[in-house]
Design a protein around this ligand. Structure first.
Ligand code: NAD
Length: 461
């Protein structure tokens, strides 16, 4: 059996969708619209290139544990409502399971499995000593009030409490959850965990600062994305100074990436979120836009309230309202999807006019969309590299809790930059060594580490 190593390039397998023999061996379906199967197939293709031993491919094709829970919560009107939740633990060869919890009405088990798989790859790529996990609860956090949300959060964490722990599985925020919900998670776990009450605080990361959170966590994912772009763009012939950027999504990740890349001299020329799209070829004022979104809930209305006209004459601060297709077609150097999964399908990919797509969101590109981008010669920088800043600073938070030492922002930013730059270089090295795209290269660089640790530890017993 071949030994896992990034030393020797091999012939590439077919890039057709879902070609791995592992799918047949495990009796897995071949459904091109299933996110979990898409991601597993890409990981297995990279594993084939790396000649990762077959038994490791089998192990990585399925999560180790999948927990589904149902729990009742008394709502404010006195009635009980039943909620469904999941915690998926994909792999823990490198350390405790780690991954966010999503609160969203459309959470499905296979999506949670897909995101857990990506966490295993991401933690390995940036070399933080964690495995991969993800959780979800079918709930609309904006459709219930504060007290109901607190009761759902506490019951969810109670339902999964047997499989999480500060050295076992460490949740964090994701779409629909935030620092307040992490505070409820931590408090609930500390109350039911029994011994080592204060040790239990680090059962979650992304906590409020006052409760053991880390400085720099809020902006970490956007910051990490910018660290990667500063490292990689010049080698692609795109100087940061003056680079034209568009952002799909202006929430936590998108707005921080926008503000921080603008500080480096790039121009954010188009932004779209769930409320609308705006454009200013002279560069949108990203700080003002963040304030506008905080006040109004989205980018819509930014032009009107900031002096732009709708006649094509843009002002520095304002912007012009545009339609969805014009947003995608706006010519830029870097297009950053920072909203939801699977938004860039074949049609959107045919509209996008850029040199590089830098994935801030998880799995924002469908396989069909990605193939079209590649045919157009557009480089796709993968999510497990671009958005790894969040889990990296989560790791710093966990280390600070474990050692009772508080880091300052300068140290957090410096250490984050080191992890991101090394992960970007690792990916570039694998790309050149194996003559493959950046996504495959990022999986190869992640799997190389996992393969080496498995080969040292062996399989128990
Ligand atoms: P967020 O909820 O703060 O922001 C989401 C953004 O997407 C908002 O601007 C929203 O308007 C926009 N959006 C939603 N639906 C849209 C639609 N149909 N069309 C256009 N825009 C739409 O979420 P976030 O924390 O910024 O996360 C964004 C992505 O990054 C997610 O995929 C998340 O999993 C991923 N991610 C986040 C972090 C983190 O630290 N927050 C870390 C890693 C990955």
């Amino acid at each position: 059996m071949a030994k896992a190593s990034i030393a020797a390039p091999t012939d590439h397998p077919s890039t057709d969708y879902q070609t791995s023999h592992v799918f047949d061996e495990l009796g897995m379906e071949r459904d091109p619209d299933n996110l979990y199967l898409q991601i597993t197939d890409s990981v297995l293709q990279a594993a084939e290139i790396l000649e990762l031993p077959h038994h490791l491919q089998l192990i990585l094709a399925q999560p180790k544990n999948e927990l589904m829970v149902h729990f009742p919560v008394r709502m404010n009107d006195g009635d009980f409502q039943l909620f469904k939740g999941y915690r998926v633990q994909h792999n823990n060869i490198l350390g405790p399971y780690k991954g966010g919890v999503r609160f969203h009405p459309n959470v499905h088990l296979d999506d949670v499995k897909a995101l857990a798989t990506l966490m295993t790859m991401k933690c390995s790529l940036v070399r933080v000593p964690y495995g991969g996990a993800k959780g979800g609860c079918k709930v609309d956090p904006h459709g219930i009030d504060h007290d109901e949300l607190m009761r759902v959060s506490r019951r969810f964490v109670t339902a999964i409490s047997n499989i999480i722990g500060p050295d076992q599985d460490i949740p964090a925020p994701d779409v629909g959850t935030n620092a307040q919900i992490m505070a409820w998670f931590a408090d609930t776990y500390m109350n039911i965990a029994g011994s080592a009450r204060h040790e239990s605080l680090r059962v979650v990361t992304g906590k409020p600062l006052e409760m053991g959170g880390s400085v720099g966590r809020e902006k970490a994912t956007g910051q990490g994305m910018v660290d990667v772009l500063v490292e990689l763009l010049p080698d692609m012939g795109i100087p940061i100074e003056g680079a034209r950027i568009s952002l799909l999504g202006y929430g936590n990740v998108g707005s921080w990436a926008g503000r921080l890349i603008a500080e480096k001299g790039a121009k954010v020329v188009a932004v779209m979120d769930h409320t609308g799209a705006i454009r200013n070829d002279e560069g949108i004022d990203t700080g003002l836009l963040a304030e506008h979104c905080a006040e109004t809930g989205g980018v819509a209305g930014f032009g009107a309230s900031h002096g732009a006209t709708h006649t094509g004459q843009h002002t520095q601060a304002g912007a012009q309202a545009i339609g969805e297709e014009e947003f995608y077609r706006t010519p830029v150097d870097v297009f950053i999807p920072a909203a939801l999964e699977q938004m860039i399908d074949e049609e959107k990919a045919s509209w996008i006019d850029c040199k590089v797509v830098a994935e801030a969101a998880n799995a924002p590109t469908t396989p069909q969309g990605e193939r079209l981008l590649q045919r157009q010669g557009i480089e796709v920088l993968p999510a497990i590299l671009c958005n790894a800043g969040g889990v990296t600073v989560s790791y710093f938070e966990w280390v600070q809790n474990k050692t009772s030492v508080t880091w300052d922002l300068e140290r957090v930013d410096r250490e984050l930059n080191k992890h991101m730059v090394l992960a970007a270089r690792r990916t570039s090295v694998a790309k050149h060594r194996y003559d493959c795209d950046m996504r495959t290269a990022s999986y190869i660089a992640a799997l190389d580490q996992i393969g080496k640790v498995y080969s040292m530890r062996g399989i128990f017993p």
